[in-house]
Design a protein around this ligand. Sequence first.
Ligand code: SAM
Length: 279
Amino acid sequence: MNYRHAFHAGAFQDAHKHAVLALLLQRLGDKPTPYCVLDTHAGIGRYDLQATAAQKTGEFHHGIGRLLAAARAPAAVAPYLDIVRRLNGGGALRRYPGSPELAARLSRPQDRLVLTELHAEDVRLLQRGFAGDARVAVHHEDGYRGLKAFLPPKERRGLVLIDPPFEEAGEFERLVDGLKTAHRRWPTGIYALWYPIKDLPPVRRFHAQLRQSGIGKIMLTELLVRAATSAESLNGSGLVIVNPPWRLAAALVPLLSWLGERLAQGPGAAGTWRWLVPE
Ligand code: SAM
């Protein structure tokens, strides 16, 4: 386990994943009934962009840095950008919210967060960061096992984020198997699965496996910062959404096209969505 998210916090792939995640959580909050968020690969929750790791790569400059510098943003990005601004007290960008922090800030007193993380140091940081929040449970646990242990949640409403590091071969297959396991246990949950886009063949195979999974209502949102032609670089970020909330697409259109424009790094940049398996 060499992957450390601190090097990549706030990069374009985080901006894509977190902007869509914030929108999904906002929609869940439209009804007063409680919901549960299971974040299977939680990371450390909050990131210091002045720390050595983030400074070494500087990736956040090409992600959240560009978004905060923009004069105007569509309303659909507000749930995400507002949290980043609040976390920084309205001042210069220094702190960045990971998925647990976003979920903690967007959820209500009646909601619950279950965080699993395998790296021992990250687990300690998560436990420390959320020690005062009774809604949050942190488990030192394999995220894919957590899908069996914690689903379905007693609330029967909510969202599962599966955001693995893709540092070992076979992650696309584990992601599909994990989704199938989870969906069998809880068919009505909302699922968000992150995946990297380098060149297209592995992504096409992944899409085909999802299509053949027998699971319905699968939406794809993809952000390319340049054409996906090289297997050597991260050219884009994908987020599969299963059981998206009603009329999500209407908000995704402006959000993704804005991200595509703001985060472009070369020809072929675009933010798009489509149904992989229609409603
Ligand atoms: N979801 C986080 C966010 O958006 O802020 C970022 C997660 S990062 C991409 C992936 C995390 O998964 C790393 O913190 C890594 O330590 C953790 N990890 C790796 N393998 C894991 C596993 N099998 N189960 C749970 N966590 C794992």
